[in-house]
Design a protein around this ligand. Structure first.
Ligand code: CAA
Length: 388
């Protein structure tokens, strides 16, 4: 099956092959059981670290692979095509906390965290949303105040945190300025939280429709005490850092969605060649061919847009709009393609015995997290006017 419109380099093909073999040999045999049991397998994170997949875009001096964004996304798609739960751990870790630390961390903060993060000894998480602030992220309420010693005291609850109960380092946004005129995005700081902080508690683990092998939890900061140097960068810039990081994160979610969609397409094409009805394989029917053609077109178009967005990022161009476009297109493609895959499988597609059922459940969240499709459309539309 044709893959990338824009050819891959030899190095990208090697990384792709490595990711594919790893996913097929070490993850695929367990994915169904991990999904059924909602089991997060930490040893997979260790292996991702050994392979370098948890520091793909970090410089070599921090034990990273120093690769560009497109190469990272190629590897991520391979993991997602086999297990979207493992892929989201890899995406969040690579795109959000590691990049935030690399970009805005002090030398001491980078030295402490980036090497163990690149090696998979420390898993990262990103905590922006709260029970009452999802799409309207700037309305977050978690409060950060400084005590007489200069320590930070955080009070509040974070919601829907991927890797929440397994992360070793969490980049958490909290309000540092409570004045009424600073209640918007400007009064927010980004904090480096480790689970040993006094007052840190993992809250309820969510019981989700899909991505069941990826733990999503609340985090409770109950008068949580952090040292003064837990603040990342400038005090009032946490929201802007989070938004800039989500420009990266959304590329990762697009790659995850493309992996899910591609897997659904491959399963459906194989099934249609095998399944016979009315005396012939169902792939002989135009009704099935048209579905497969549209599925393949959406997967290929999503990937081409994503890879062009990644190239723009690596050139240093602004990517807020392209990231949102790539995430919007890929996530809606994933939902549509997995729905068609179930239709092609017919009654079997609705059963848990066949893989397309999990892909369908896993696809849905790509239209929701790291900004819903509606938020992506708002960002894309705003950028149209920002540029004119
Ligand atoms: N890059 C740089 N700066 C940015 C930016 C970006 N992409 N987006 C916003 N900013 C800046 C703005 O320029 C502005 O700065 P000034 O005050 O200097 O002008 C400031 O940030 C505030 O921006 P907005 O006025 O646009 O803020 P807003 O309140 O209108 O919100 C929003 C904008 C796009 C709706 C934003 O709230 C948003 O993206 N919401 C969705 C939240 C989201 O994606 N959450 C995902 C959570 S992570 C997750 O899903 C968990 C997981 O683990 C997978």
């Amino acid at each position: 099956m044709s893959w990338a419109l824009i050819p891959l380099t030899d190095e990208q093909r090697q990384i792709q092959q490595m990711a594919r073999e790893f996913a097929q040999q070490e993850i695929a045999p367990h994915s169904e059981a991990w999904d059924r049991d909602a089991h997060f397998e930490r040893s997979v994170i260790d292996r991702l670290g050994e392979l370098g997949f948890l520091g793909m875009m970090l410089p070599e001096r921090y034990d990273g692979l120093g690769l560009d964004t497109r190469t990272y996304l190629v590897a991520l798609e391979e993991i997602a095509a086999v297990d979207a739960s493992v892929a989201v751990a890899m995406s969040v870790h690579n795109s959000l906390p590691t990049q935030m630390l690399l970009r805005w961390g002090t030398d001491a903060q980078k030295d402490r965290f980036l090497r163990p993060m690149a090696r998979g000894e420390m898993l990262g998480a990103f905590a922006l949303s709260e029970p009452e602030s999802g799409s309207d992220a700037a309305s977050l309420r978690t409060q950060a105040t400084r005590d007489a010693n200069g320590d930070w005291i955080l009070e509040g609850t974070k919601a829907w945190v991927t890797n929440g109960n397994t992360a070793d380092v969490i980049l958490a946004m909290a309000r540092t300025d409570t004045r009424e005129e600073r209640r918007g995005p400007r009064g927010i700081g980004a904090f480096i939280v480790t689970p040993d902080a006094p007052g840190f508690r993992v809250g309820a683990k969510e019981d989700k429709m899909g991505l069941r092998a990826s733990p999503t939890t609340q985090l409770i900061f109950d008068g949580m005490r952090l040292p003064a140097d837990a603040l990342l960068g400038e005090e009032g810039m946490g929201f802007v850092y989070a938004m800039q990081s989500l420009d990266n994160g959304r590329l990762g979610i697009a790659a995850q969605a493309i992996g899910i969609a591609r897997a659904a397409l491959e399963y459906a094409a194989a099934y249609a060649a095998d399944r016979r009805q009315f005396g012939t394989p169902i792939k002989e029917f135009e009704g099935i061919q048209f579905k497969l053609a549209d599925m393949a077109t959406r997967v290929t178009a999503s990937r081409a847009l994503l890879h062009a967005a990644a190239a723009a990022k690596d050139r240093g161009d602004p990517v807020t709009q392209f990231s949102s476009m790539a995430k919007l297109m890929a996530s809606e493609a994933a939902m549509w393609v997995t729905t068609q895959a179930i239709q092609i499988y017919g009654g079997y597609g609705y059963m848990k015995d066949y893989p397309v059922e999990r892909l369908f459940r896993d696809a849905k969240v790509t239209e929701i997290y790291e900004g819903t499709s509606e938020i992506q459309r708002i960002i894309i539309a705003r950028e149209l006017y920002a540029r004119s």
